[in-house]
Design a binder for this molecule. Structure first.
Ligand code: SIN
Length: 282
């Protein structure tokens, strides 16, 4: 196995292994898990895998979950299709910086994304290291946010385009959760900034020490949230991956965010994603 670090921030490309084999090989799967903790996102090219093998690799990390709005692959629950073409519905929401599904009480631990078909150019995916983003914040900001909590909601992204009755029904199924703004990784114990496109507002910003009088008492909180969400946009924390058919990415959703670059319409891009269930953030 060869491991090539891709940027100073995060990411490594692994060659010389078959992921299909890793799904059934404890030593190989263990080595990949260790590398994921170290590099946060791993890439593999030219993997000849079917959906069942794709799901088997992802299950090495935990149970899989579907997405309430995205089509799953027939016969392989846990693998969703992120397929875009001129014929597909116009929804293209992956081009915002996000951790997957933080609108869940327990957002995914990670995901395994496999490229079936990609445009000749464009359609890259970017990742950002949110532990680095936290580490590089000014100390006074770190102190200010360490105990803050924030609400996350589907409504702030893809559900906003749906009819109100669908929004209400979805909220019944997935009540908007509250998560810590600074999350501790359950394995490494490292701290990561944990606000993204799904985050709507802080829930405990107004304490005795922050009470202000007058009509603009929430301004400070909105500006702080926007500033924190914008940290994923800093190039020094990022990596950009160019897809080829058969390439696979595995990421740790607890400490990274990603952004699928939407520069390729009207070309076709077909990706299958296995989403791995995670823990309640603390
Ligand atoms: C996602 O947001 O999980 C999809 C990423 C991609 O399609 O590149």
């Amino acid at each position: 196995m060869k491991v090539e670090t891709l940027t100073c921030a995060l990411g490594a490309e692994i060659s010389g292994i078959s992921l299909a084999e890793a799904g059934a090989n404890d030593d190989l799967a263990g080595a990949i898990e260790d590398l994921l903790l170290k590099h946060k996102v791993l890439f593999f090219r030219d993997q000849d895998m079917n959906d069942a093998q794709h799901a088997a690799v992802a299950r090495r990390f935990g149970e899989l979950e579907d997405h309430p709005l995205t089509t799953s692959v027939n016969g392989e629950p846990g693998i969703i299709r992120i397929w875009k073409s001129p014929e597909s519905p116009p929804e293209r929401y992956e081009n915002s910086w996000h951790n997957d599904a933080t609108w869940r009480e327990c957002p995914p631990m990670g995901a395994v994304l496999r490229c079936i078909e990609c445009p000749p150019v464009g359609g890259d995916t970017m990742w950002a290291n949110m532990e680095l983003a936290f580490e590089r914040l000014p100390d006074r900001v770190k102190e200010d946010i360490i105990d803050l909590r924030a609400r996350h909601s589907m409504e702030s992204t893809f559900m906003a385009a749906k009819p109100i009755q669908d929004q209400l029904a979805m909220k019944e199924r997935f009540p908007d959760p509250e998560h810590p703004v600074v999350r501790t990784h359950p394995v490494t114990k490292a701290k990561a900034l944990f606000v993204n496109a799904f985050t709507t507002h802080f829930t405990n910003f107004l304490t005795a020490s922050r009470v202000r009088y007058g009509q603009d008492y929430t301004d400070g909180s909105g500006e702080l949230l926007r500033y924190l969400i914008s940290q994923a946009q800093i190039p020094e924390y990022q990596l950009r991956w160019r897809w080829t058919p058969g390439a696979v990415a595995i990421w740790d959703n607890r400490c990274t965010q990603h952004y699928a670059v939407m520069d390729y319409p009207p070309c076709v891009r077909r990706m299958n994603r296995a989403t791995i269930m995670g823990d309640r953030p603390f």
